[in-house]
Write a protein that binds this ligand. Structure first.
Ligand SMILES: [Zn+2]
Ligand SMILES: [Zn+2]
Length: 342
């Protein structure tokens, strides 16, 4: 009994059952400090980004895999302890944990370096506990060293917004002199706009929110409007970040021959019926599913080479329900981050 009473605990926000965020479904709980296996790392969380995927998980638009669940998959923290078989990670190091947590390593997708498609993949804050907590224990394969020159809260949005945005951006195939259309302008999009700018790609941004329109202009978009506003010239390719399937039609309407529409979200409302003429001329529609480890490394290298301006709004961990509500109402300007004070 004595031992149990002295056991160290941590604060965590726990989803017992998916429900609308307005009902405050995340409960502040006192949980035992996680134990680590020999290939696991215990991380003291400093900051955790809040992603649209968290919103879809909490509200049940994406089916639950693990309940009760501690969400959060853009984790920045300090290594507290490492298992016996952990290599290259030392207590005190600042590290990050993204959405992709573990894969089987054996299936055809894994063998081809397309582990983002692994059918046995486990995701942080979905299949395994996430970072809306003071501590998280996670497999060493999900732990990454982080670029220098950023605040802890600026690093968090890179781990999903940045990574998924980077994969979507590369999949769009745009290069110097091309024009990229961006539909929806939140955490991921504001980082993609910068990647495009750095590589000499012109950016057209389509978003309803006036605040997001202003941010897009600040970050160098040469055209900013609503989805139904025709841009001054066609798009080479487009990325859709907003979870609205109808945007596919707008994107195709504005798309150059041979262009791609990349859907970057894990969730979308249904796609509309589209006349074949809109997709003819070798236009394509493709979704982004998770990211490979290579994407994560490349994005972190990119962020080290070119300093990305990560626009954050920082809240205490205990505000998670409220932050998810703000995200749902498009009231977060760019990236929402929970700051954790253990
Ligand atoms: Zn696999
Ligand atoms: Zn995410």
């Amino acid at each position: 009994m004595e031992m149990v009473q002295r056991e160290k605990t941590m604060k965590a926000l726990v989803l017992g059952k998916p429900a609308l965020v307005e009902t405050n479904p995340l409960l502040l709980c006192e949980l035992p400090l996680p134990q680590i296996g020999e290939e696991e790392v215990l991380i003291r969380v400093k900051a955790c980004g809040v992603c649209h995927t968290d919103l879809h998980i909490v509200e049940g638009e994406i089916p639950s895999h693990l309940l009760p669940l501690v969400p959060g998959h853009q984790i920045v923290g300090v290594v507290e302890a490492v298992g016996e078989k952990v290599k290259d990670l030392l207590p005190g190091e600042l590290v990050g944990v993204p959405w992709l947590n573990r894969v089987c390593g054996k299936c055809q997708f894994c063998r081809e370096g397309r582990e983002n498609l692994c059918e046995s993949a486990l995701f942080t804050g979905y299949d395994v506990p996430g970072g809306y907590a003071e501590y998280v224990a996670t497999s060493q394969e999900a732990v990454y060293k982080l670029p220098k020159g950023y605040e802890e809260e600026e690093l968090a949005p890179l781990l999903c917004g940045g990574v998924i945005g980077y994969r979507a951006y590369r999949m769009s195939g745009v290069k110097k002199g091309d024009t990229l259309g961006i539909f929806g302008f939140g955490s991921s999009a504001h980082l993609v706009a910068q990647m495009a700018k750095i590589e000499g790609v012109e950016i057209f941004v389509f978003t309803r929110s006036l605040e997001h329109q202003n941010l897009a202009r600040d970050l160098g978009a040469s055209f900013v409007g609503k989805a139904e506003d025709y841009p001054p010239h066609p798009l080479t390719s487009a990325i859709i970040f907003a979870p609205s399937g109808n945007l596919v039609k707008n994107a195709l309407l504005y798309l150059e021959r041979g262009g791609a529409v990349i859907m970057a979200g894990i969730y979308s409302t249904p796609l509309p019926e589209i006349p074949y003429s809109l997709i003819y001329w070798e236009r394509s529609i493709k979704s982004v599913a998770n990211s490979t480890r290579q994407d994560i490394r490349e994005l972190l290298d990119f962020a080290q080479k070119y300093h990305l301006e990560v626009k954050t709004e920082v809240f205490p961990l205990t505000d998670a329900n409220h932050v998810l509500q703000l995200l749902k109402e498009s009231k977060i300007k760019a990236s929402a981050v929970l700051k954790v004070e253990a």
